[in-house]
Design a protein around this ligand. Structure first.
Ligand SMILES: Cc1ncc(COP(=O)(O)O)c(C=O)c1O
Length: 353
């Protein structure tokens, strides 16, 4: 018997999630994983230093209560409506383990966040992908109820498109299904509306958020879920006992308490998004208007994979995505003004040859 024979069949057969390239620091302009191009608030760094200086010999607070108290104030919910995680990916895992029995079905839009399929595979659940139309609208069938449906994931804004479904549309969807609806709001801080308030209107809605994008803290690994306290209590049973470390809790608490920094950063990233969209359009790209910190685009005369390769040769990393039965394109994270200029200069040289 080999070790492979002992691996669960679901795990042996699955591909596993492949994250975006993280090359050695400094070699590339990195516009491939939707990180924030700016350093986080100084208050975050100070809080982490203070914690590292004195509190690492004891376990962290298992519920990250300092963060929950600060977040409750900012979000306008009581703290028992909040559960923290090691990035929002951790919360997506906890949610899947809490609600999805092996053999049941998870519904997701397609194309969307690739991790959902991995979570379904690990859990031994089926995945039902409902395709967006070419205008990134979902068909009515996305809201069809089904006895075997155990969970619906809706990234809003969606990745890779940066498009949104209105809160009215999300509420209608939640009311049409009889399982939990996860509204994955990893990018909602960059959007014109969000669905946080809906957790009080539909008890099956769980909103997940992350500090990786708008707070500039992808390296810290911190996210949170907001849902009614009964849901949070069930999810709490599933999470690892100390799923957030002391440094992350300290940094995240300082980050959510510094809304002044957040609002300033969002303003800058949104304005740079406008620059990126208009510069790409001038070069002839079809650019999908975005409500996130990235744009999805495609050039009618150039192969997306070749553009990606040429950018990489020039030390600019973007994300090339090829979705079977859908099509391909390039997703580009919003960078600093200098990074956008460098990107546009290289693209210009490729396109105008
Ligand atoms: C739609 C979506 N949800 C969740 C995440 C995970 O974010 P985190 O860094 O909080 O795990 C990402 C990361 O890129 C994402 O694109």
């Amino acid at each position: 018997m080999t070790i492979q024979d002992s691996v669960r069949p679901e795990i042996r057969q699955m591909k596993g999630y492949v994250s975006g390239e993280q090359p050695a620091f400094g070699k590339f302009i990195k516009l491939n994983t939707n990180e924030n191009p700016f350093e986080p608030s100084n208050k975050v760094i100070d809080a982490i230093h203070d914690t590292a200086a004195g509190k690492l010999n004891v376990y962290p607070d298992a519920m990250a209560n300092s963060f929950r108290i600060a977040a409750a104030e900012v979000l306008g919910v009581d703290q028992d409506w909040i559960l923290c995680g090691n990035g929002s990916d951790d919360l997506l895992t906890i949610i899947t383990r809490t609600f999805v029995s092996p053999g049941s079905k998870i519904r997701i839009p397609y194309p969307s966040y690739v991790l959902y399929r991995t979570l379904a595979d690990i859990q031994g659940a089926a995945i039902e992908e409902i395709p967006f139309d070419k205008n990134w609208k979902l068909p009515e069938s996305f809201g069809a109820d089904d006895d075997n449906l155990s969970l619906v994931f809706l990234p809003n804004p969606n990745s890779p498109s940066g498009t949104v479904i209105s809160p009215e549309g999300v509420l209608k969807l939640a009311n049409s299904i009889s399982c939990p609806l996860v509204v994955d709001e990893a990018y909602a801080d960059f959007a014109s509306a969000n669905c946080l308030h809906l957790v009080k209107e539909a008890s099956n809605i769980i909103v997940t958020r992350t500090l990786s994008k708008s707070y500039g803290l992808a390296g810290l690994r911190f996210g949170f879920a907001v849902a009614n306290p009964e849901t949070i209590a069930e999810m709490q049973k599933v999470k690892d006992s100390y799923n957030c470390d002391a440094l992350a809790i300290a940094g995240a608490t300082a980050a959510i308490s510094d809304q002044h920094w957040l609002q300033g950063n969002i303003r800058i990233v949104k304005s740079l998004r406008g620059v990126m969209e208009s510069e790409l359009s001038k070069l002839g790209f079809d650019v999908q208007p975005s409500e996130a910190n990235f744009v999805w685009c495609k050039h009618p005369d150039f192969d997306s994979k070749e553009l990606y390769d040429k950018l990489k040769e020039n030390h600019i990393l973007v994300r090339y995505m090829d979705y079977p039965n859908w099509g391909d394109g390039i997703r580009i994270s919003i960078g600093t003004s200098n990074q956008i200029s460098a990107l546009i200069t290289i693209l210009e040289s490729i396109i105008t040859v």
